[in-house]
Design a protein around this ligand. Sequence first.
Ligand SMILES: *[C@@H]1O[C@H](CO)[C@@H](O)[C@H](O)[C@H]1NC(C)=O
Ligand SMILES: *[C@@H]1O[C@H](CO)[C@@H](O)[C@H](O)[C@H]1NC(C)=O
Length: 392
Amino acid sequence: MKLIVLLALVGITAAVMQIGVMKVKSTRHRLMEQGLWLQHLKDKEAKLLDNKINVLATVGQIITDYDDSEYVGNITIGTPGQPFIVNLDTSSANLWIPDITCKSCANYKPKFDSTKTSTYQTNGQSWSIQYANGLAKGVLGVDTVRFGADGTQQLVIPKTTFGQATSVDTNLQQNFADGILGLAFQSIAVDNVVPPLINAINQNLLDNPYFTVYFQEKGPALNVPGGVITYGGMDNQNCGSLIAWQPLSSATYFQFKMASIGSYSNVKGSNGWDVISDTGTSFIGGPQSITDLLAYGAGAIYDSDYQTYFIDCKANPSPITIVIGNNTYQINQKQLIVDVDWGNNICEWAMRPITSSGFGPAWTLGYPWIRQYCNTYDLGGKRIGFSLANGA
Ligand SMILES: *[C@@H]1O[C@H](CO)[C@@H](O)[C@H](O)[C@H]1NC(C)=O
Ligand SMILES: *[C@@H]1O[C@H](CO)[C@@H](O)[C@H](O)[C@H]1NC(C)=O
């Protein structure tokens, strides 16, 4: 009797699945170390101007800059699975990887070969996505996508539509990852493609329509386990109990209201600022009038060439306080003071001025926030939950 019950349970497993993520050196930090960053920044800005891409005035989409991404995950596509490393990005909603037919993809090693998978179906619709560091474009295909590395526990999502890139700008190929896995809502997906995780939720593969991100602080260690994403549940191993759910103000990105940061609040909006939680951003970004004040309070100094603040590695300013909904959160300075291996006690202070020009969020909460608090991104309930990360 017991056995039958067990088998029945096994048969219906909708699941909660924990899949490790890796911490790698971001393109920006790699180029900073090699003394090549300022040139790269100039090239990028020139290219944006050349292409007349007005980052501020176009589509109302955030143009993500993957130069800063540090946390990546393994996936496989097809049967048998072809392995790729992807940026895990809560502020975009498409999955794409380089295709074997891509002639400009010289810097990529793994490339998707649709002739070597038995589960592949053609779609053929074209797609293109403009990022701050370049353009990627190609055709859509359909196949089984598995989150997690081959030979480990995987979240298997049959019949997932994804992008096969047939052309990728060289700048974009400098990233450690082969491609990008967008985890946001379908409303911001290019070509209105159903995002892989929404596809998993629609197929009842998960216990709950949410996922929890735990990013570990690992200092300068590289290509090491750097955290865990729990698909379909909370993460009781790495995170404390839930502090609060905050309703999303827009189910596009994971966008919500932040009442204040430090002792500053939005003088223009009584409900506070619009803010997003972003697993693809290494810093906390906001209006420069406020980030300058916060930096001054912490003893950090802005460098306009590098477009970032620097601080003495040994500085020990007080935590930054953030009010969201009815709760007050604290980001410890150890999440903000980042050693870039420059020596001489020079560290980066992981806050940066960003411009939103009226549309979209005024603030972006990236790694310092996510390393301090596990974030639970609820695609079904259109809300976001926070719990203290272990060791933060
Ligand atoms: C992820 O993929 C990389 C490259 O193929 C590999 O070195 C690494 O071991 C993989 N991670 C896991 C957990 O298998
Ligand atoms: C904040 O507290 C008020 C009053 O207790 C409650 O009505 C509201 O739902 C709470 N807001 C959130 C986001 O929990």
